[in-house]
Design a protein around this ligand. Structure first.
Ligand code: FMN
Length: 155
């Protein structure tokens, strides 16, 4: 499976999570990691699975991430599997509704992507990190669980 992981990271933690997810997915094919400011429509050609990740900023997608969706043709993700994650503080269930991954998941769906797992959050202790212990491993496990889901979808 040819995978593209697109991430935005201000302090480096979302990138670390993205790298751990990449490692988990590499078992089944090539995985390319790309910073969101580098993404162009041609990067999505020939890709079967697209993962997007970003920190939550002000209970939303960071402003730096929003323009990337304006530059993508409608339905460009049709027929592709998609998944979204974010890094955020540990929040109450009410505030946890407002994460970057939920917004990313909406955008990916709107572009025609097939959601294979619900959006996931990995937690940081403070604004500039670090991640809580075990989050990098959890990201790797999340990736492996995604692979099982994709196999189920195909079956
Ligand atoms: C301007 C700004 C706003 C933030 N707002 C939120 C927020 O609303 N909710 C939250 O959980 N974390 C918030 N954070 C914390 C970020 O989620 C945290 O910086 C991020 O997970 C670290 O990831 P990074 O190292 O990839 O940048 C905010 C951080 C910044 C810089």
């Amino acid at each position: 499976m040819n995978t593209l992981i697109v991430y935005f990271s201000k302090f480096g933690h979302t990138r670390m999570v993205a790298e751990s997810i990449a490692e988990g997915l590499e078992a089944v094919g090539p995985v390319r990691l790309l910073s969101s400011d580098q993404l162009t429509p041609s990067d999505l050609k020939d890709v079967e699975f697209v993962v997007m990740g970003s920190p939550t900023h002000r209970m939303n997608l960071p402003e730096a991430v929003r323009p990337i969706f304006e530059n993508l043709p409608k339905r460009i993700l049709r027929g592709k599997s998609v998944a979204a994650f974010d890094t955020s503080y540990r929040m109450s269930p009410i505030l946890a509704r407002f994460t970057a991954s939920k917004k990313l998941a909406q955008k990916l769906r709107k572009l025609g992507g097939k959601r294979v797992v619900p959006p996931e959050t990995f937690h940081v202790m403070e604004r500039e990190g670090p991640l809580y212990e075990g989050e990098i491993e959890r990201a790797n496990t999340w990736a492996k669980a995604i692979l099982e889901r994709i196999e189920d979808h195909k079956a």
